[in-house]
Design a protein around this ligand. Structure first.
Ligand code: NDP
Length: 310
């Protein structure tokens, strides 16, 4: 039987995903009618990206699941018209990209690479960086991305603490959880990596109090979401030098407005939400596998917990 899959995302995404999705559905033995337009009552699955025109899911009466192309679901999870199961993206290439980006920025700070880049001036100034074992790193968020990054950093020799909502045991990491575990996780963080989702519980988690708990001269790397950090508190901590540097990939407003003080702050590096991207080839296989599961009556992968918001 033909399965109707509505691709509800921008034109640009359609041109990127059309061929790999078609191929992935065929690989999974699925007979799929994939289109950007079809009568809502005939749609079996929706492949969704946040800036889609579909905002009211009520007419999609026979839709079995909404399959998000992105890992973060904050723009859809609270949609009250969405009664269908919601799956988020867990894509091996997205994870690999995040591991590379986080590791690169942690190493940049750890090795003080900026110091040497700014001193190509003929002066022989020797500042030998510590080895990784002397640089504690904390990763807030031990999900798909946070765990992969934390393990990669631990593999390089950093003592890594990971923090999550629920208790976890991850070999090679010190793990802490919940409100009771946050202070200790922050207190040891010479480099703090944020890989939490944007939920009502995580908004402004990194406020003035949390920043003050970090060791003097700590560095922050945020590829998670902008609202995790209280911007004004961060700017104040940067001005004081308590936080030595912040590398920020995500912001409350994106694109980050031209006049935002982060752009010109000497202790801030802005990157334009490029830490890692869902890759069409691998992500299409994840989507196809979920459609196959839906058709076989098997549980969907990567379902979002609507109550928790991630
Ligand atoms: P997951 O859902 O797999 O993991 C989320 C982690 O956050 C889990 O460990 C979870 O704890 C923890 N968490 C959630 N709420 C709380 C809380 N209130 N207190 C403590 N811990 C909490 O997500 P991913 O790892 O796949 O992705 C993380 C985020 O990365 C995404 O939500 C997105 O915002 C961001 N992202 C950014 C990209 C970029 O290019 N900048 C690209 C892709 C994603 P527990 O394990 O107990 O459930």
């Amino acid at each position: 039987m033909t399965v109707n899959v509505l691709f509800a995302a921008t034109e640009e995404r359609w041109s990127e995903y059309r061929a790999p999705l078609t191929e992935a559905f065929a690989e999974h033995g699925l007979d799929v009618n994939l289109s950007t337009e079809m009568p809502p009552e005939e749609v079996d699955y929706i492949v969704y990206a946040p800036n889609s025109a579909v905002q009211d899911f009520t007419p999609y009466s026979r839709c079995k699941a909404v399959l998000n192309l992105w890992a973060g679901v904050e723009t859809i999870v609270g949609n009250t018209t969405l009664t269908q199961p919601l799956a988020r993206m867990v894509d091996p290439s997205l994870t690999q990209g995040m591991v590379e980006w986080v590791t690169g920025h942690v190493l940049r700070h750890h090795l003080n690479i900026d110091f040497f880049l700014a001193r190509q001036n003929g002066k022989w100034e020797r500042h030998v960086p510590p080895v990784a074992a002397e640089r504690p790193v904390t990763v807030l968020g031990l999900g798909e991305l946070g765990t992969a990054c934390a393990k990669a950093l631990a593999g390089l020799g950093f003592p890594v603490t990971g923090w999550s909502r629920r208790a976890k045991d991850v070999p090679g990491l010190t793990t802490r959880y919940g409100a009771g575990g946050l202070e200790a996780a922050l207190a040891s963080a010479e480099i703090l990596v944020l890989l939490l989702p944007d939920t009502p519980q995580t908004v402004n988690l990194i406020d003035a109090g949390a920043l003050a708990t970090l060791p003097e001269g700590a560095m922050i790397v945020n590829p998670g979401r902008g609202p995790l950090i209280d911007d004004d508190a961060l700017l104040a901590a940067l001005d004081r030098g308590h936080v030595a540097h912040a590398t920020l990939d995500v912001f409350r407003v994106e694109p980050l407005p031209h006049e935002h003080p982060f752009w010109s702050h000497p202790r801030v590096t802005v990157t334009p939400h490029i830490a890692s991207e869902t890759r069409a080839n691998t992500a299409s296989r994840v989507i196809a596998e979920n459609v196959r599961r839906g058709e076989a009556g098997e549980p969907f992968l990567h379902l979002v917990d609507r109550d928790q918001g991630y």
